[in-house]
Ligand binder design. Structure first.
Ligand SMILES: [Zn+2]
Length: 314
């Protein structure tokens, strides 16, 4: 029986998990070559070959960035060279040459937020629910919806992108709890993506004067009763919960597994949960926002879920 070889490719490491049936084991990791495409491809071939990748095995990749399925490009700020090449096709060819991988196989590639949502819906905090909207509060913000175990795909793969759109309105910088309206990498101004992640919390705090605290210190300060930190968290929760409540009214999701660095801040999740519950049309009886169960291996577990049902992959 073929195994599911799942790669999670980030700007620092390439992680490999090998999935069989309902289980998955984290097998290896290697530093990501970030400057040269040839070395990058070779590293993937090497990590697969040295971990027993066989000619019948399936292969999938979870990666940060937007996937342009028409042209086969991946728009990743961490690995810019992927914007000019066709990773799936190039890798399939390299594996054919290296280990005789069947040319009928293809390399499946999914965005990391999509993989996290699949992971949580199949194996994690959302496994008991049919309508799951997973969010990532990491450096920035991501999201994806899985309905009855299948990823909802939208125009140009843009579904679930609750972090984009001109949400933050222009405010008076001298007002208490001021949230700056920042330009997002997507080109719009005031996206939740610019203020909803850990950097966003720091930017909001910095805008009111203290630029030297990281997100963890701000959350700790808030918990310890510091007034400035409390104001920052209050502003953050107010804006992020607005966008999330609207998203939940539209999707009707029953549960929101949360990933990314800020998901480790339980008090922040509780505050967000409380605010969202007051803004959705129909408050849910149980916590809506819950820390994801697949954690740092969400990319691997999500790709494993996708490879277990390859007919759902497109
Ligand atoms: Zn944006």
């Amino acid at each position: 029986m073929p195994n599911n070889f799942c790669l999670d490719i980030g700007g620092s490491f390439i992680k490999l998990g090998i999935g069989t049936g309902p289980s998955l084991k984290e097998a290896a990791s290697t530093p990501t070559p970030i400057s040269h495409y040839g070395s990058f491809l070779q590293s993937i071939v090497d990590i697969l070959r040295s971990n027993g990748f066989g000619s019948d095995d399936r292969l999938g990749i979870s990666i940060t960035g937007a996937i342009d399925r028409t042209r086969g490009h991946i728009l990743s700020s961490q690995l810019p060279f992927l914007g000019q090449v066709q990773l799936a096709a190039d890798l399939a060819k390299a594996l054919q040459q290296a280990i005789g991988w069947s040319h009928e196989n293809e390399v499946f590639i999914e965005n990391d937020a999509d993989c996290f949502a699949l992971a949580e819906a199949h194996f994690g905090a959302g496994r008991a629910y049919e309508n799951v909207f997973a969010i990532i509060l990491g450096t920035g913000v991501g999201g994806a919806q899985v309905y009855r175990k299948r990823l909802i795909r939208g125009f140009g793969d843009t579904s679930g992108e609750w972090g984009h759109g001109p949400y933050v309105q222009k405010q008076d910088p001298s007002a208490p709890g001021y949230v700056p309206q920042l330009v997002c990498p997507c080109g719009q101004k005031g996206c939740i993506n610019t203020i909803g992640g850990a950097r966003g919390l720091e930017i909001i705090h910095g805008a009111s004067g203290d630029e030297n605290m990281d997100s963890r210190q701000i959350i700790d300060g808030w918990m310890a009763g510091d007034a400035a930190c409390a104001k920052t968290v209050q502003s953050y929760v107010a804006v992020v919960s607005d966008a999330l409540a609207l998203t939940l009214n539209i999707t009707g999701a029953q549960i929101v597994p949360v990933g990314g660095g800020l998901s480790n801040a339980q008090p922040l999740l509780s505050a967000l949960n409380q605010a969202v519950q007051t803004k959705v049309l129909l408050p849910r009886p149980e916590p809506l926002l819950i820390k994801g169960a697949t954690g740092e291996n969400g990319g691997l577990w999500g790709m494993h879920a996708q490879l277990l049902n390859p007919s759902q992959s497109h």
